[in-house]
Design a protein around this ligand. Sequence first.
Ligand code: NAD
Length: 397
Amino acid sequence: MSTRLKVGLIGLGAIGAGMHVKYLDDLPSVELTGVCDQVKEKADQIAEQYRTTAFYDYKELYEKADLDVVILAVPHYDHPKLAVEAFKRGIHVLCEKPIAVHLNDARMMTEAYEEARKQYPKLQFGLMFQERTLPFYRKVKEIVASGQLGRLTRATWIHTAWFRSQIYYDSGDWRATWAGEGGGILTNQCPHTLDMYQWLFGLPARIAGHAHIGKYHNIEVEDEVTAYFEHENGMIGHLVATTAEIPGTNRLEIIGEYGKLVLEEGEITLHKNPESMLKYSQETTHRFSQMTAEKSIVPYDKDAPAGHQVVAEAFFHRIQNGDSHELIAEGWEGERSLVLANGIMLSSFQDRTIQVPIDADAYEAKLKELASQSTYVKDVSAAAAANEDLSKSFGSL
Ligand SMILES: NC(=O)c1ccc[n+]([C@@H]2O[C@H](COP(=O)([O-])OP(=O)(O)OC[C@H]3O[C@@H](n4cnc5c(N)ncnc54)[C@H](O)[C@@H]3O)[C@@H](O)[C@H]2O)c1
């Protein structure tokens, strides 16, 4: 297919208007056929600025704009409904993270996608996990996948570089509420980290989570989380995350029998053991002395293209060239970060270690109970007026 793809964009807020519409306007392979926001002024203003048609209702966009593709950039609870309606019409979906708020909704989306593929065999479903494209994460993935660390024993990720102020939380009435957002740092900021954890190490078999609700902000969801993961092969994992640290940290330590890989502040350090630590531990005749690891800084291409546009271009390329062309993140993969996010919260609510597969029904029921009790109301008027550089919100080193 060499004709331009007809793309629609739903949700013209921070990420829709601040990011997606801009690169769509620059890409020669696509035509922005329509933009949609339930706030009429936003849709009218963006449609005028980008010379396209404004819609105020997603179904109208689907029915009238003759779309090939839709990009969903609305709050998370609406991702399933908008995606399923698109699949039914044979419209390809590139969905913002997280795929959904809870696992049952994510499963429903992937099932609806598989069902629609029977009628539209070329239909595509991708997710906006643009942090997978960041060069330092790609390099870490390459090293882990190469197996050069041998059997992995521990991965510890301290990711606290997600600072959010109270005015951030107040900038949307849906934000940081059980009814409107469905979660806090695990649902909004950390889906990238959780996705990357499972992308690098797979899913654990057991999860123990400790989440603190509104500890540092006036919000009704979690803003500080510590989690412990146990994998079937014995590897353990840790995640420490909060939106309340300055300066924040993004440090990932991966330990294997052949050494240690550390990513911090964009620098990757490899400590390589001369032989297997597990073997050495069993065979050495010394009680305390250790073998010496060789330390090196791992080079990588810091200027390699990365970000939302790279994910979108890969998605468009797949549509135009077929299933053998890789996506950055497939739709079904979104379930996996939800296993972690929902699993940590379920463990925290139940105050016990939980098994994977997690009890998705129990988590959905708990979420519904919390949402039904949600009484939180905020004044978004002042906060909504704040206009800041959106790139400051993305994952940083
Ligand atoms: N990939 C990333 O790094 C990244 C960054 C920011 C946000 N996001 C995700 O993008 C989504 C949107 O976040 P945001 O920060 O832009 O939110 P936002 O509140 O700034 O914007 C959402 C927009 O969607 C509109 N909207 C809501 N429901 C709608 C519906 N049913 N139909 C049409 N319009 C609707 C709202 O009026 C608003 O303009 C969220 O899922 C968020 O997690 C991803």
